[in-house]
Ligand binder design. Structure first.
Ligand code: RNT
Ligand code: ZN
Length: 417
């Protein structure tokens, strides 16, 4: 498409939106300041770079054998930069501990230090990227069904040590980049079948968390992520949504809303306004569950739209950290990043373009026909022209032009792996 055509469409859209009280220039600058944290683990199906990396465990699964997965740190970095070059705006990178630069050495999870992330810190600085972090309790001989809630003190202490070290690393990253590193803690702990020690496990998890968080840190923030169930751990999850919500409120931690971690009829977006009454910040793992927590690539579906709309309606843009969490191994993985990240961004754009002041006024006046009408009309306003303009101004492909780019990257790079 010609630049002038994109500009023309944008100018018409600008007029349309101005007529309902929305300043698209303001929205474009808000979108420019909206940073998603791209997860490193879509590039290699959550394998990481440990020397003795085992199979993916911990109740999560990446399915599909599409060729071209990153096999080492250089390939992964290359893939991330490729994906970033096709996504407008500037975005963070979210690392898991198992993605350290171990340089061929065996480094157990209770031995990791910031030295294993020094090359990431340097790379991030060079590429003007801010980093976030995650402890990794899965895919390890000591993962089992229970980690931080394991009645075996030795195993529990091992994971406590790991997680404390991860906080130290996150803090060092935060210090180095001059911006807090957001560290997420998710453990898979649960039971496959009926069990009676739920209260014991939850008290053990609570105690482990208390020990992990005992030291306060200035350059990182702690997030805790619950879920409904994992594969092979279907009957009971120690770190449920209720457990972590209560813990977060009591201990001033940040709850993580992973959009794949609720019952199918529950709305993750509806958690936003409820939780924000009690916690100061939220972390997101934007994903897409199909029948279970399958971590399909994020698209512009209703739950994702509702999530972002609820954040904007609560005027909470800067109280939320925007992580992504999907890992589809059945399609081109760079394509997965680009689709998922751009889709999350488009949902945010649509949320920002909603004529909410007008809708809110009608709602408070009990004029519900007008509310419904405006909400329906908002869906078909020319938001895509605003997104195209955003891509153009950011120097990235407009519309579906990124497909050809990814196809040639597949030919030149991915197919040779
Ligand atoms: C698992 C959680 C968790 C992981 C990543 C790899 O159900 O969503 O966030 O997906 O940490
Ligand atoms: Zn998640």
């Amino acid at each position: 498409m010609k630049d002038s055509t994109i500009n023309q469409a944008y100018n018409l859209a600008k007029e349309r939106y101005a007529a309902i009280g929305i300043d698209t220039e303001k929205v474009l600058s808000q979108l420019q300041n909206f940073h998603l944290s791209m997860h490193c683990w879509q590039a290699d199906d959550v394998k990481g770079f440990e020397v003795h990396a085992g199979d993916l465990s911990g109740g999560i699964q990446s399915t599909g054998n599409y060729p071209g997965a990153a096999r080492n740190i250089d390939e992964l970095r290359k893939d991330i930069l490729k994906a970033k070059s096709l996504i407008p705006g500037s975005h963070r990178l979210n690392l898991h501990e198992i993605y350290g630069d171990f340089k061929g050495k065996v480094v157990d999870r209770d031995e990791v230090t910031v030295e294993h992330f020094q090359s990431w810190i340097d790379w991030a600085k060079e590429n003007k990227t801010l980093l976030d972090f995650n402890s990794s309790s899965f895919s390890h001989p000591k993962s089992g069904n229970l980690s931080l809630s394991n009645p075996d003190k030795g195993i529990r202490d091992f994971w406590i040590e790991h997680t404390k070290r991860c906080r130290d690393i996150a803090d060092a990253i935060g210090k180095a980049q001059g911006d807090p590193c957001i560290m997420n803690l998710w453990v898979h702990d649960g039971c496959k079948d009926v069990s009676v020690n739920h209260y014991l496990y939850r008290n053990l998890l609570k105690d482990s968390l208390d020990r992990i968080f005992a030291e306060s840190k200035s350059d990182m923030k702690d997030c805790i992520e619950g879920k409904v169930f994992g594969i092979g751990l279907e009957s009971f999850t120690v770190g449920s949504h209720d457990f972590y919500t209560a813990y977060a409120v009591k201990n001033a931690k940040i709850p993580t809303i992973d959009t794949g971690h609720y019952h199918p009829t529950e709305s993750p977006g509806d958690k936003v306004s409820a939780l924000l009454c009690y916690v100061s910040e939220l972390m997101l793992h934007v994903s897409r569950p199909i029948r279970w927590d399958s971590d399909h690539v994020t698209i512009m579906d209703d739950p994702t739209q509702e999530l972002f709309s609820e954040i904007v309606r609560a005027d909470a843009l800067d109280r939320v950290h925007y992580g992504l969490d999907f890992f589809d191994g059945s399609i081109n993985r760079i394509g997965a990043y680009v689709i998922g990240t751009r889709s999350a961004q488009k949902c945010m754009l649509r949320a920002l373009l909603e004529p909410r002041e007008l809708i809110s006024k009608y709602e408070l006046e009990d004029r519900h026909f007008e509310v419904l009408a405006l909400m329906e009309e908002a869906k078909v306003l020319p938001w895509n022209a605003v997104y195209d303009e955003f891509c153009l101004r950011n120097g990235v492909p407009v519309g579906s032009d990124f497909i050809a780019d990814i196809q040639s990257y597949e030919k030149e790079e991915l197919s040779k792996r």
